[in-house]
Design a protein. Structure first.
Length: 551
């Protein structure tokens, strides 16, 4: 077994030894029987139970997990910590299949939180409603005439609000659209309650004004939830300027100082030209639990709202191909300047035009600054032009993907937007892998639920939004490769492959135990597999049963 270490010059006594008949180290494509010895937060030995017994002392805790599945902790490469924490405490609308059902969920949630000034919800998608028609403020007004309401669409790039929210935000018929954003209007020119992209900001600014104590509560809930799902490391990416009111890195630091930070957090603030601020943050946050890893920005929006930037017009709206968040020359300058200072950069790029612009910016940085191991990445990679597929390998760019995203939007609506020709190259995970792209998986929580195993399931099955049909079966990848993308791939994408991502001697002891061996579970049951134990830095931070078997 690779990664095995049996003898050291001075024998170290393990704090903990764990064993199972199904250990997936990430160094091969199948699990095998093994024991793992852990001391002072690191793995000091991997081998047979007999070999690891030399590390056992009187105080060593020895856990036997029989046939349960041991693997590296899940490393979520793309999410939004505090935004997700808020969503955990909001109305969840993804299950609604009509506007009436959505309103019923909102009403019930509002009644359960009578003292909250705002009613916040998420994940509605009218593509799944019986009418497939967008809602407006009037239906929300009928159930919430006096309390402001903010309901985020499933993709997070537009929102449905009521009249009270518009009033508080000062949005009226004469309010001008912000750059890269628009205020929906009805036939009379009045705001209709739909806010796209940066137009959401004026409402969010008011809705997300939480007290410090409320933020602590929200963050603690997030950490507990992440641990229960086997997530040991996350990447907190700049969401939007609108959500800046939630950004509180010092809160994360407080939890670290108090010994309560049970998930490693990698920070990715905004790429916006302010490199002095970026340097200060990089210098301030550099521990193995809380570190700034680079900079992130948006190039475009999303397909369903037609705000994703395409090379050619939308199939169902030939008058638009979307637009970029900032002028292309600004984006390129920011990249060249930040790359020169050694920053890794990540771009939200969903449309083929946005993806090409991201590559062009990275290529210009290489020409200007020289080629280096930058590990820039492109987030989502939903609709790509085939000519750009080889550029991941050529430029050393990571493909940061969230496999469940292709099953979140109603497939027919999505395909109508882009047309049949572009549909051939949607979420091309296997094609990218074959072309030499490094894959790193995440959830994009709260855009999707915080479930690594749901992402794994989509990657290996390609089951679409119908729950039955397969969308491009040739884009399926193996279970081993999906697990590696969610562990070693993310570690590599953040320059931490020497510390995280596989179960090897010398690496940090971030480990998850699942109740069942994923390699023996029918694919359709993968999302239902429960986490038994989560270990971070050699300490148990989650125990499903509170009674792991001790020998």
């Amino acid at each position: 077994m690779r990664g095995r270490c049996v003898v050291t010059k001075q024998k170290q006594i393990a704090d903990m030894i764990i064993s199972s008949n199904a250990v997936f180290t990430g160094l091969s494509d199948r699990p095998e029987p093994a024991s793992i010895a852990i001391a002072e937060g690191k793995i000091i030995g991997v081998g047979t139970a007999e070999e690891m017994s030399i590390f056992a002392g009187e105080q060593t805790k020895v856990y036997s997990f029989a046939d349960q599945f041991i693997m590296p902790g899940f490393h979520d490469f793309h999410l939004h910590v505090m935004d997700g924490a808020v969503t955990m405490d909001s109305a969840y609308l993804f299950t609604a299949r009509s506007e009436k059902e959505a309103l019923d969920i909102i009403r019930e949630f509002a009644e359960s939180k009578p003292d909250e000034p705002w009613v916040i919800g998420s994940a509605w998608d009218c593509g799944y409603w019986d009418t497939q028609q967008l809602p407006d403020r009037h239906s929300l007004d009928r159930i919430l005439p006096d309390r402001p309401a903010l309901m985020f669409h499933a993709e997070g790039h537009y929102a449905w609000v009521n009249s009270k929210a518009l009033e508080i935000a000062g949005i009226h018929r004469d309010t001008e659209n912000p750059d890269f954003g628009s205020i929906g209007k009805d036939e009379n020119g009045e705001p209709d309650g739909l806010l796209y992209e940066k137009a959401m900001g004026a409402v969010i600014e008011h809705a997300y004004r939480f007290t410090r104590e409320k933020k602590r509560e929200l963050f603690a809930n997030f950490l507990g939830h992440a641990a229960s799902l086997g997530i040991t490391a996350v990447h907190d990416l700049f969401a939007t300027e609108s959500l800046a009111v939630l950004t509180d890195y010092d809160l994360f630091k407080e939890f670290e100082d108090e010994g309560k930070l049970t998930t490693r957090i990698h920070l990715w603030p905004a790429l916006d030209g302010d490199l002095e601020r970026a340097k200060r943050l990089r210098a301030k946050y550099q521990s193995d639990k809380l570190c700034m890893s680079g900079l992130k920005q948006f190039i475009d929006g999303v397909i369903t709202a037609r705000t994703a930037y395409l090379l050619e017009p939308y199939a169902d709206a030939p008058n638009t191909r979307g637009e970029t968040t900032f002028p292309p020359e600004t984006i390129k300058k920011w990249v060249v300047d930040a790359d020169k200072e050694g920053f890794s950069i990540r771009f939200h790029a969903i449309g083929d035009g946005a993806i090409r612009l991201a590559f062009d910016a990275y290529e210009e940085a290489q020409r200007s600054n020289g080629k280096r191991d930058s590990r820039h990445s492109i987030e989502h990679v939903e609709v790509i032009h085939p000519a750009d597929i080889p550029r991941f390998n050529e430029l050393g760019v990571t493909a940061s993907m969230q496999p469940d995203h292709f099953a979140m939007s109603e497939r027919g609506v999505y395909t109508d937007r882009i047309g049949a020709e572009r549909e051939k190259f949607v979420f091309p995970i296997h094609t990218l892998q074959k072309a030499g792209a490094k894959l790193a998986f995440g959830t994009d929580f709260p855009i999707d639920v915080l479930s690594p195993l749901l992402q794994i399931y989509r990657a290996v099955t390609r089951i679409d939004s119908s729950g039955e049909k397969v969308w491009h079966p040739h884009e399926r990848i193996s279970l081993a490769d999906a697990l590696k993308a969610y562990t070693a791939g993310s570690a590599y994408g953040s320059f931490r492959e020497q510390e995280l991502g596989t179960l090897e001697v010398g690496k940090l002891a971030d480990i998850v135990v699942l109740e069942r061996n994923l390699f023996e579970v029918p694919a359709e049951e993968i999302p239902e597999v429960k986490v038994q134990v989560t270990i971070v830095d050699g300490k148990i931070v989650y125990d499903h049963s509170n009674e792991v078997v001790v020998k």
